[in-house]
Structure formats: structure tokens, C-alpha cells
Design a binder for this molecule. Structure first.
Ligand code: EPU
Length: 419
């Protein structure tokens, strides 16, 4: 298995350019199959989740061309096929093919999705939404079967503002007859990105980015075109790296509004930052004030940055608290922070940090994607060598993480299996 090897405690200086959003592209690729004429996507991140979805497009007979962050998808000869288990389970977002295939063919067969092991992650809101639109849903072993004679617009209320359910129902409803309303919809920027893409094809979606989305069904969807938004979680991860080890570290290509909740927490901690509309310059302060962080839906503090910011909390002067409210099991990284020397304890979904702690390099595990990001941040901060195992999780979501960090002065490399 590949490992990441980091020699820590080196100043980070220079510029890191942010890539397209993982949680944007993973929904945009399935959305593309709704077009009868194909689609062009720009700013597409080269991460393993993108590759996994391109494999599903190949199975569906949608040829693709992907170079220089530009992705061309030909949907003209699309065929409806069972999405096989080995493809579906590679990532969570394979479930967006449920909504997309159902809208396109009124029929879909797809195995259970995969993704990070951070909680039970049911998809009952997605399923209930499809049923409201007129679909029959059955489960056969590890496979879902969706079937509809026709899909008809409906009023759908989500018990929780789920990102996945909002997007999946939007996908299923774009070609349904009449009007669909999604109430208590999620407001994450990736949802706006998907709605803009569908509207570029001729869909009639309004209200994306608010808690009520309205969709007027259309019969035909033409060519789609979209720029993937910058990854706000990647942005946040490198901004935190700057707060930990930065010396005029510039993180560029961000959308300030998308990272506001993080910036406001860093200001509270006393991190030295110059914030402009599309970049931030960050310096490590001489001391960090302790803070409390509670993860929430957008525009609150993102659950995906809870693990990364926990590394910074180990460095604050006093007691800080991180409360995770979205997932039951997002504290898998804490035992490795402890192994690195952090004074932190966990009580269910809350972690209490008593800092500052001196971190010292050791062997750790990336238990999931953002836990992996936290281990990289900890490795950059620790003295000595940190070895991270199971880095496949990290490569699913961070484009060129090694090169980006090397370019700003980090000592980080991938150790291949046979070394
Ligand atoms: N939930 C249900 N039923 C459902 C759907 C969700 O109970 O039908 C619960 C979940 O179990 C969870 C909460 O609602 O407790 C929120 O889940 P949500 O549906 O919003 O999350 P998701 O769509 O599965 C996406 C991202 C996650 C990110 C969350 C929250 C993708 C592929 N994944 O997941 O990203 O944490 O939204 O912002 O877009 C990551 O990138 O590391 C990651 C896990």
C-alpha cells in the first residue's frame, strides 16, 4: 500500500491554487447524462472520484475526453445498464445515477453506494423523494431497482436539508411532468452549481441555494456547459495549513463567501489573514486563542472541515471544543492525533482539546478522506517524520496534494508499494 511521508515543522510559503470541487464534479458528471446532446465541463479536478464516475459513463456508452481540466461527455448513444457493484461502491456519489437514470429512462438498477465510513448514511430521503415523483423502488440483495411509468411533479419536504437528497431529487424531477417543489432543501454551493448546469441544458430550476427549490419539468435537455466551482473544502484545508505553518501563504482561486464560516473562526483564534475576494494570504500567529466549533449545514461551519480544523485546535492556548452534528462517526482521526501527542478526548460527537500540544511525527492512518486531510495537516505541523497509511482516501478528493504542498516548501512524498 502507498504511504505519505512528511518531514514536518517546515514553513509554508508561496501560492496554492484551488481545484474544482470534488462534491461538485461528483454530481455534475451524473447530471450530464440527462442531456440528449452532450456536455462540456471546465475546471474538472483530477481526483480518483472523477475517474470512478468516468468508468460508469463508459459502462453507459457515453464516451468522454478529459484533458487540461476540460471534460467532454458524449451522451448521444447512451444505453441504460445495471451499475455494477464494483463501480457503485467506489464512492458515495454513484447514487446520483439513481435520479439521473430514472429521469432519463424511467428505470435504473444500481448497487449500493460506497463512500467514507463516517456514519450510517441512509438514503431514505432520496428514496422517498423518488417515490413521491411516482417511482417504484425495490431492493434485491445489494441492489436498488427504480421503475416508473411516468414521473409526475410533486411537493417534497426533506426532514433534514440533505445535500445528496436535494441533488438526487432535482435530477429525477427535471423531466417530470409538471412542477416539483423541494422544501427544506440543502443550500450548499454545489447544489447551485448542479442547478446552473441543468439550466444550461434547458431545465427550469429556480431557488437553488435557498431552502425552497422549484422545478418545472421539461421534455428535452440540450447541450450542457458548466465551470465546476472551486473546492471550498480543499480551500479550507490549505487555509488551515497556512494558519498552522504559513509565512505569507497565498491560497488562491477561492470564493470568499464559500469559506466565510472558517475565516470567521480563524479570526476569532487570532490568525493573521489578508482576505480578498478570490484569495487569502495567511501567516501563522505567535499564539492561537481557543475556540468552540459546531458543524452545521451551509452556510454554517462545514462538517468536512471539522477534522482538518481539529489539528489547529490542538495548538490553541487553552480548551477548545469541536462538536460534530451531521454524522455520528466523524472522530476516527482523534486517536491518531493523540498518538501524535495531542491532548484531546472524545465524548460521542464532541472532542475537547486542551492545548497547546507539541505534535511529534509517528505512524498514523487516514481512516477516511477528511481524517486523511487532518493527518496531513498534523504531519506538516509535527516535528520529525509522519507516515500516513491508507492514503487512497485522500487521493479520492485532493487533486495533486503532494505537488501543491511541495511547491510551498513542505517535505512530503508518496512512498510507493515496492519501496
Ligand atoms: N441523511 C439521512 N437520510 C438521507 C440522506 C441523509 O438520514 O436520505 C442524513 C445523513 O446520514 C447525514 C445527514 O443526513 O447524517 C447529512 O447527509 P447529506 O445527505 O447532506 O450528505 P451526503 O449528500 O451524503 C455530502 C457530501 C459529504 C458532506 C455532506 C454534508 C458528497 C458526495 N458528499 O454528503 O462530503 O459531508 O454532503 O455537507 O457530496 C466529504 O467530502 O468528505 C463528504 C463526506
Amino acid at each position: 500500500m502507498k504511504q505519505l511521508i512528511i518531514e514536518g515543522n517546515k514553513k509554508l510559503t508561496g501560492e496554492i491554487e484551488i481545484s474544482g470541487a470534488k462534491n461538485g464534479i461528483v454530481a455534475l458528471i451524473p447530471a450530464a447524462i440527462l442531456s440528449d446532446e452532450g456536455a462540456t465541463l471546465y475546471n474538472v479536478p483530477d481526483i480518483s472520484d472523477t475517474k470512478s464516475l468516468l468508468d460508469i459513463l463508459e459502462l453507459l456508452n457515453c464516451p468522454t475526453k478529459y484533458a487540461n481540466e476540460e471534460l467532454e461527455i458524449d451522451t448521444k448513444r447512451i444505453e441504460n445498464k445495471v451499475i455494477k457493484e464494483e463501480l457503485a461502491k467506489k464512492l458515495r456519489a454513484s447514487y446520483y445515477f439513481m435520479g439521473a437514470l430514472l429521469a432519463k429512462f424511467k428505470y435504473a438498477e444500481i448497487y449500493f453506494p460506497g463512500g467514507c465510513n463516517i456514519g450510517t448514511r441512509p438514503i431514505d430521503f432520496h428514496i422517498n423523494g423518488f417515490k413521491k415523483l411516482g417511482a417504484d423502488v425495490t431492493i434485491e440483495g445489494n441492489k436498488y431497482i427504480f421503475k416508473a411509468n411516468k414521473l409526475k411533479g410533486a411537493k417534497i419536504y426533506l426532514d433534514f436539508a440533505s445535500v445528496g437528497a436535494t441533488i438526487n431529487i432535482m435530477l429525477a424531477a427535471v423531466k417530470a411532468e409538471g412542477k416539483t417543489t423541494i422544501s427544506n432543501a440543502a443550500k450548499e454551493p454545489e447544489i447551485v452549481n448542479v442547478a446552473s448546469f441543468l439550466n444550461s441544458m434547458g431545465a427550469k430550476i429556480t431557488g437553488a441555494g435557498t431552502s425552497e427549490i422549484k422545478i418545472e419539468g421539461v421534455e428535452h435537455l440540450g447541450r450542457g456547459i458548466i465551470d465546476v466551482i472551486p473546492d471550498r473544502i480543499e480551500s479550507g484545508t490549505y487555509i488551515i495549513a497556512g494558519a498552522l505553518m504559513g509565512e505569507n501563504l497565498k491560497v488562491s482561486g477561492i470564493i470568499e463567501e464559500h469559506v466565510e464560516s472558517l475565516l470567521s473562526k480563524l479570526k476569532e483564534m487570532g490568525v493573521d489573514m489578508k482576505v480578498e475576494e478570490n484569495y487569502v494570504i495567511i501567516n501563522k500567529p505567535s499564539e492561537y486563542k481557543p475556540i468552540n466549533v459546531k458543524t452545521l449545514v451551509f452556510p454554517g461551519f462545514p462538517t468536512d472541515l471539522g477534522q482538518p480544523i481539529s489539528v489547529l485546535l490542538t495548538q490553541a492556548n487553552g480548551t477548545s471544543i469541536l462538536e460534530e452534528t451531521i454524522y455520528e462517526n466523524r472522530m476516527g482521526h482523534i486517536k491518531y492525533l493523540q498518538k501524535l501527542g495531542a491532548n484531546v478526548r472524545v465524548n460521542d460527537r464532541t472532542a475537547i482539546f486542551m492545548g497547546p500540544s507539541k505534535l511529534k511525527g509517528t505512524e498514523v492512518v487516514a481512516t477516511d478522506l477528511r481524517a486523511g486531510a487532518a493527518m496531513v495537516l498534523a504531519g506538516l505541523t509535527a516535528t520529525g517524520t509522519t507516515t500516513i497509511n491508507e492514503i487512497e482516501h485522500i487521493l479520492r478528493g485532493y487533486e495533486n496534494i503532494v505537488e501543491k504542498l511541495q511547491n510551498v516548501g513542505a517535505s512530503i512524498r508518496i512512498k510507493e508499494d515496492k519501496e
